[in-house]
Design a protein around this ligand. Structure first.
Ligand SMILES: Cc1cc2nc3c(=O)[nH]c(=O)nc-3n(C[C@H](O)[C@H](O)[C@H](O)COP(=O)(O)OP(=O)(O)OC[C@H]3O[C@@H](n4cnc5c(N)ncnc54)[C@H](O)[C@@H]3O)c2cc1C
Length: 413
């Protein structure tokens, strides 16, 4: 069994698919080591198991809307695409989505997954309540308004605190988005007019290969005033983020308004995004470091030529979740979609990290890094609190794996 990209061998571990929460509780209680598997889109060891896997796609999908509270409680193993397909016809929306909607809510939450937008936080920050199966098969309920500090430590969990079965997400009235792309935007302009570029729409992504120019993807809500961006050339037809790739898998562009969930992700539900033949790495930096990071990456532009499909720059509002890569700081995220050749790519990832680490980079939990666990951990103020929480909630390491042990397990820094 392998992850989505086929780059991690998940080993011969059995994958159990319980059909009810009670069955899941029995499986967890009776396992020595177990870990939840979402849609398997991670690239890092966060996904590995030291025992078996449980996959929650056999649990009955449910999206229960509480209009008064402005929340929806969903089966945690559902894909965002399916949650959105239930919310939208009922007149509701999530504030933001990642680049593709095929990720599971629980998997994306556990790793601090994000989309883009100056006002938009990680997807995990929309979680207002959480129901987990703990190591003895017990049900644990946590609510943001009741459990405050513990809650903030439990949402971005790296899958180590239990198996999430239900999540309560903040929702808002459904909205429409029009997506358009500007091409041939000089990277110098992105660097010098960073605030203006990323402030020009509800959600903005900049794609580049670190040459001289970039394309700017603008996702504008139709219920908000339009801010014009006098840069580059409007794309005459639909584009794929990877230059020259077929845009058939992408959501509609050319300014055609449509429902939030069919515009905020770059890719349509079920489509093979990017090239499907890839590795990924990504770093969250303090927003104030954006110009310095752009300059630094351009300085090693030559290294990217044969190994990079495309890079993406996004913005993420800060939050209060202990292990969120945007913890306590408004962030700019630098993402890299690499060719699927670790031998050639890892040295370039190392070179990128040499430049971005001193600027405060926190690597994405689900993507590749050459940084040590100790280095990564030192970038989180509440790391020791998380280690303590982990020791209390899962003292025998039922949900442990080598990745989490290296960061927060007994004997970790
Ligand atoms: C093509 C592609 C595009 C991507 N785009 C983005 C993007 O736009 N933004 C971004 O930030 N990231 C992006 N990612 C990375 C992706 O968001 C993360 O890998 C995310 O974790 C994937 O969710 P998943 O459901 O596949 O989780 P998995 O990879 O299956 O699992 C991730 C972690 O969550 C844990 N987990 C899963 N289910 C549960 C559960 N029920 N309870 C507790 N823990 C659980 C797992 O044990 C594991 O530790 C992308 C990845 C790919 C392949």
């Amino acid at each position: 069994m392998r992850n989505w990209a086929g780059t991690i061998d998940l080993g011969p571990a059995p994958v159990l698919r319980p059909r009810s929460v009670d069955e899941l509780r029995r499986i967890v209680a009776g396992s020595e080591r177990v870990r939840a598997l979402g849609a398997g889109h991670s690239f890092s060891g966060v996904l590995a198991t030291a025992g078996g896997f449980v996959r929650l796609d056999g649990l009955p999908p449910a999206v229960d809307i509480d209009a008064e509270a402005g929340t929806a409680t969903v089966t945690a193993g559902m894909r965002y695409a399916d949650v959105a397909a239930a919310l939208h016809p009922a007149g509701w929306a999530l504030a933001n989505l990642a680049s593709l909607p095929d990720l599971s809510v629980a998997g994306a939450t556990a790793t601090g997954t994000h989309g883009s937008g100056d006002t938009q936080r990680t997807l995990a920050a929309a979680v207002a309540g959480l129901e987990l199966v703990g190591p003895e098969g017990e049900l644990i309920e946590l609510r943001r308004d009741v459990d405050q500090d513990t809650f903030a430590g439990s949402v971005v969990s790296l899958g180590a605190l239990g198996v999430a079965v239900r999540m309560t997400l903040e929702i808002e009235p459904a909205f429409e988005v029009a997506q358009s792309v500007l091409t041939a935007v000089p990277l110098d302009e992105i660097r010098d007019r960073f605030e203006e570029v990323f402030g020009a729409a509800y959600s903005v992504s900049v794609f580049t290969r670190w040459g001289d120019d970039a394309s700017v993807w603008l996702k504008r809500r139709t219920d908000r005033p339009v801010t014009e961006l006098d840069l580059g050339t409007p794309a005459p037809g639909p584009l794929h983020p990877v230059p020259g790739a077929d845009p058939a898998s992408c959501t509609a562009q050319l300014g055609r308004p449509g429902p939030w969930h069919l515009r905020l992700p770059h890719f349509r539900p079920g489509a093979t995004p990017d090239t499907g033949d890839e590795l990924q790495s990504e770093y969250f930096l303090p927003r104030a470091a954006a110009a310095a990071a752009v300059e630094a990456l351009r300085g090693i532009g030559g290294l990217f030529e044969r190994v990079l499909h495309v890079a993406e720059v996004r913005t993420v509002r800060g939050d209060d979740l202990w292990l969120s890569p945007a913890y306590e700081r408004d962030s700019v995220a630098f993402h890299f979609t690499w060719v699927k050749d670790a031998v050639r790519v890892l040295p370039v990832i190392g070179a990128v990290e040499e430049l971005l680490a001193p600027l405060g980079a926190r690597p994405h939990w689900a993507k590749l890094t050459t940084m040590t666990g100790a280095d990564v951990r030192s970038r989180y103020r509440r790391a020791s609190d998380f280690a303590e929480l982990l020791a209390k909630r899962d003292p025998d390491g039922k949900f442990a794996n080598g990745f989490v042990d290296g960061l927060f397990g007994a004997g970790s820094p």
